[in-house]
Design a protein. Structure first.
Length: 200
């Protein structure tokens, strides 16, 4: 967002705010869903839009608009969970997995034990455009533990820095990296399995 757009937004330009909603609404829903569940994600984001609209004249543009909106959504999600007597602790994660998610793919010297199969698609983009794979990825994301999915959404979808994520979720950088590594490992394994079998 350039300086002129920011000034128009602060002055309450309804068309520009509507464009902001169109551009960011779905990603904010995706951010809220693992925190509060699919049933409450819409309510959280609607409340966040109301807060953002009321505070837009004070937005200074020090961070990206998406980052600012994400913080509002996170605060609204935390408030809803507190009101309902539920808390999500991001500092704890399921440590039942041992080792690295992709460790079995490599030898001790770092070579492939079994190289990836040859792609049946013209390019990575054509593979990722597959509707079936998209459905598999959606199911995987919905089945991830809340903390892993939230980390993945914040880092890889919204592009927040580790420092911002750790501040927002109250976790250490090492915890954040472990959670993100595990989420990415699951996605990698799913895409690899899909490429080999054509199934989830």
């Amino acid at each position: 967002m350039n300086g002129e757009q920011l000034q128009r937004l602060r002055k309450g330009d309804p068309e520009l705010f509507a464009e902001l909603v169109r551009e960011h609404h779905h990603s904010l829903i995706a951010l809220a869903r693992p925190l509060v569940g699919p049933g409450d994600a819409e309510e959280v984001v609607q409340n966040a839009w109301l807060k953002a609209h009321g505070a837009i004249d004070r937005f200074e543009g020090r961070s990206a608009v998406r980052t600012w909106l994400s913080r509002i959504v996170l605060n609204e999600a935390k408030m809803l969970l507190r009101q309902r007597g539920r808390e999500v602790s991001f500092s704890h994660w399921d440590d039942s997995e041992s080792g690295e998610p992709l460790a079995d793919r490599f030898t001790d010297r770092g070579s492939w034990k079994k190289p990836p199969v040859r792609w049946h698609y013209d390019s990575p983009d054509s593979l990722l455009m597959s509707d079936e794979l998209a459905d598999c990825l959606t199911r995987l994301l919905h089945g991830m533990p809340v903390n892993q999915r939230a980390l993945f959404e914040l880092r890889d979808t919204l592009g927040l820095s580790f420092e911002e994520i750790c501040n927002e979720l109250g976790i250490s950088a090492s915890n954040a990296r472990v959670l993100l590594h595990r989420a990415r490992g699951q996605l990698f394994e799913l895409v690899d399995h899909y490429q080999e079998t054509g199934e989830c």
